[in-house]
Design a protein around this ligand. Sequence first.
Ligand code: FAD
Length: 294
Amino acid sequence: MAAPSLASTSERCHEIAQSYLQIEEPLSQIIRETQNAIKLTQKLLLNEIFPRWSPFNGEISFSYNGGKDCQVLLIIYLGCLWEYYKTNMNGQEFPLKTLKAVFIDQDKTFQTLEQFVESTKKRYSLSLYESDRNHTKALSMPEAFHKYLGDQPETKAIVVGIRYADPFAQDLKPIQRTDDGWPDFLRLQPLLHWKLAYIWSFLLYSGEPICGIYSVGFSSLGDINHTLPNPYLAKTNDLPLRYQWEITHGCEGVVNCSPLSSQDSHFQNNEYLPGWYLLDDSLERCGRIKKNKT
Ligand code: FAD
């Protein structure tokens, strides 16, 4: 089957966001707060970002690693792209065939995640720049972005799916330049105000495929040598599922997880609940092992 066009994908993502915003009953606190979070992200994109850096001429790129946060932001971003096109260019052909995106693929990560990035690259029509992986001397993130900007110098700003709950993120701003030690560009961070619960409520409602590694106890994905199932998701903790309504009444009616790869199949041992059983932002990274400073 031919991959859908970026125009039809953007329109579909617009429908997903609008459908979530129209939920009236039952308006749980999580759904109400998530609706407000979506509206703020849309406002930042449509009123602050797109008028300054056109989403249609290559000035903006999207940092994508297949994780839940950037996937949520991607769905909302694509929906806004559709709205911006309809408002500003109606009557003309949709101006993009693919969305410019960048994946710094330096660390060894889960094969399931690699496969998910590959399949969603097609699903969302991403022209995904993937940094060369060099196992003898992997580039640091700033070095990899330096190389990226050398290859794609028209890039002025890069969208990042970071949230205030992430490490060192509490003082970030939705639009800001990179820090010293990083190549100079604008960071666009319109997801900062999202909590973990909003991410899962929206993603499970969307019916979009979710990276399968989340289904076996992972809540935050780092490199394969420093990421384990989250102990707070052990089945012995007997956590309730808070998003049954979103799953049942959402766009597909089921949770749609990507298949676990053969390399990751040993995680399917029935000991852990899926990542979306975790509500508390402060426990999200409890499956991450701290890296030794070298
Ligand atoms: P996650 O929660 O997985 O990542 C948060 C978001 O970062 C993702 O949603 C995705 O959009 C992006 N991201 C993470 N890993 C990758 C990857 N491998 N490839 C592509 N995108 C990825 N830190 C600074 O201290 N100063 C800076 O100026 C600075 N600028 C940055 C600019 C960009 C474009 C990016 C992507 C990161 C930058 N960072 C900077 C690092 C950033 O603040 C986070 O520390 C980093 O993204 C990892 O976040 P995390 O561990 O929370 O992982």
